[in-house]
Design a protein around this ligand. Structure first.
Ligand code: HEM
Length: 454
């Protein structure tokens, strides 16, 4: 059973030799890292033990393995977040056991479905800002970087809906800093080990500076102008936990760390999904037209109202299919607290297990024609027939994403609204290549030009 001491085990930097990211770099820096992982998984029957000097990494890619680690024997597996400590601090995503439960409880109500209606106008307002910006891009015809565009949108949504604040920082600069840090192969120690390719070298000082900028953001958000003095916001819930004399663990640092977590885990993932979906729609204009037709059928020429969002079913299926093909979190990492048996293989205490969601999402054992973009796979009748745990964009079990449902509403609204006014045209190489950082990114970004509809 996980306990609190495991939660705060000694940590190391992302680019240091002990880091699992460092160890996986020879695989991740391949031209097509996901193909390599798929080939390895196929060859070794879904369990790939990698024996290293002092310990073992076990790659897993079968739904039954995911079920074992995330659900039926979940207490035997603790989170692995070393290296990402500067990004996440000691926020709940990184900790285990009783303390995790205690920290999560006061925040849970912010993600109850009955809150989404309250968030709806703030999500729409963030999309309006994005549309104003895109109107300018449409008139200049300039090329834009889509992941930056969607990331700023997702961050504005989180600030407005969950914190009741305008976004008081320059997201392009701030997220650029975080990305430099989380892009594993940027780290100097890895580069010195002679990984292939043109790499930007990141010094310790630069890493520290990037994280200093990042660490100051939550207090900047707290100090920004309050939008509407709403009583029930996530930020208010965090502040109430801090003020609770019976909850000494929830100090100001905890508030700051939880906010860092939302400003990263709740934004980059959502943004990547939206950006990849626009890339896919650019390749599949018939699907794009279907989204427009659905929007017209559901709400005519006016903006959607809250009670109409549930009827935007095809649009939502496009989002779900995007997360299958390009799962933003392509690997879930855990440390085995005790021995276990997975797929006929012995897992030893201390082994790091890596569930390869990407490989499962692309497996012909669970998906017909897996490389094909086919949103209809997510139609309710077909989705029911899917093998359980073969689709894991939000993980599973008690540590599943707290914001999965919210992110799908955000992205459904964004797609409908943006596509009714604009046609984003992908202007990069086809197919786009993958850059496997902690998240699944497009290599070199996703350049687009924006065309306005008359
Ligand atoms: C497409 C969008 C998203 C994806 C793909 C995604 C994916 C994930 C995954 C895979 C995990 C589990 C990580 C692990 O087990 O190691 C997770 C956890 C989490 N996510 Fe998300 N996420 C998304 C959006 C969001 C949003 C919008 C929020 C909040 C605003 C959010 C907040 C969190 C938090 C707080 C956790 C930790 C939960 C816990 O440990 O109790 N995520 N997410």
């Amino acid at each position: 059973m996980a306990d609190m001491t495991v939660a705060y085990s000694a940590s190391h930097g992302l680019g240091e030799e002990q880091s699992i990211w460092y160890k996986l770099t020879p695989l991740l820096s391949q031209e097509n890292p996901m193909q390599v992982l798929m080939a390895l998984s196929d060859k070794y029957g879904g369990v790939v033990p990698i024996n290293l000097k002092n310990h073992r990494i076990v790659l897993l890619s079968e739904p039954a393995h995911a079920e074992r680690v995330l659900v039926s024997n979940a207490d035997n597996y603790t989170k692995y977040f070393d290296g990402l400590r500067p990004v996440f601090g000691r926020s709940m995503i990184t900790i285990d056991g009783a303390l995790w439960q205690k920290i999560r409880a006061p925040q849970q109500p912010a993600f109850h479905p009955n809150m989404f209606e309250v968030y709806f106008p703030y999500l729409m307002s963030a999309i309006d800002s994005k549309m104003a910006r895109w109107a300018k891009f449409a008139s200049t015809g300039e090329t834009i970087e889509m992941v930056e565009e969607t990331w700023t949108l997702a961050a504005e949504m989180v600030c407005k809906a969950l914190f009741d604040r305008e976004m008081p920082f320059n997201p392009h600069f701030v997220f650029g800093q975080v990305k430099t840090y989380t892009d594993v192969v940027n780290h100097k120690s890895i580069r010195l080990k002679n990984v292939r390719g043109e790499l930007e070298e990141m010094t310790q000082e630069e890493a520290a500076k990037a994280m200093e900028v990042w660490g100051s953001i939550p207090d900047t958000v707290i100090g920004a102008n309050v939008l509407e003095q709403r009583e029930k916001t996530l930020l208010k819930m965090l502040e109430a936990a801090e003020a609770d004399p019976n909850f000494p663990e929830f100090d100001h640092r905890q508030v700051v760390d939880e906010m860092k977590q939302y400003l990263w885990a709740g934004t980059e993932t959502t943004a990547l999904t939206l950006a990849w979906s626009l890339y896919l729609l650019s390749m599949h204009p018939e699907a794009l037209e279907r989204i427009r037709a659905e929007a017209r059928a559901v709400c005519g020429e006016r903006d959607p109202e809250w009670n109409e969002v549930q009827h935007l079913t095809y649009t939502r299926m496009v989002i779900q299919e995007t997360m299958r093909l390009f799962p933003p979190i392509w690997a879930l990492i855990r440390i085995a607290a005790g021995d276990d048996e997975i797929g006929g293989h012995h897992v030893k205490a201390g082994d790091k297990v890596v569930i390869l969601s990407y490989v499962m999402h692309h497996s012909p054992n669970y998906w017909d024609d897996p490389e094909k973009f086919e949103p209809e796979r997510f139609a309710p009748e077909r989705a029911k027939k899917r093998t359980k745990y073969s689709y894991l964009p939000f993980a599973a079990g008690k540590r599943a994403c707290i914001g999965g449902a919210l992110s799908q509403i955000e992205n459904t609204l964004a797609l409908v609204q943006l596509l009714r006014r604009f046609t984003p045209e992908y202007a990069g190489p086809v197919p786009a290549k993958i850059h496997a950082t902690v998240t699944l990114c497009p290599k070199g970004g996703l350049p687009f030009r924006i065309r306005a509809l008359s």
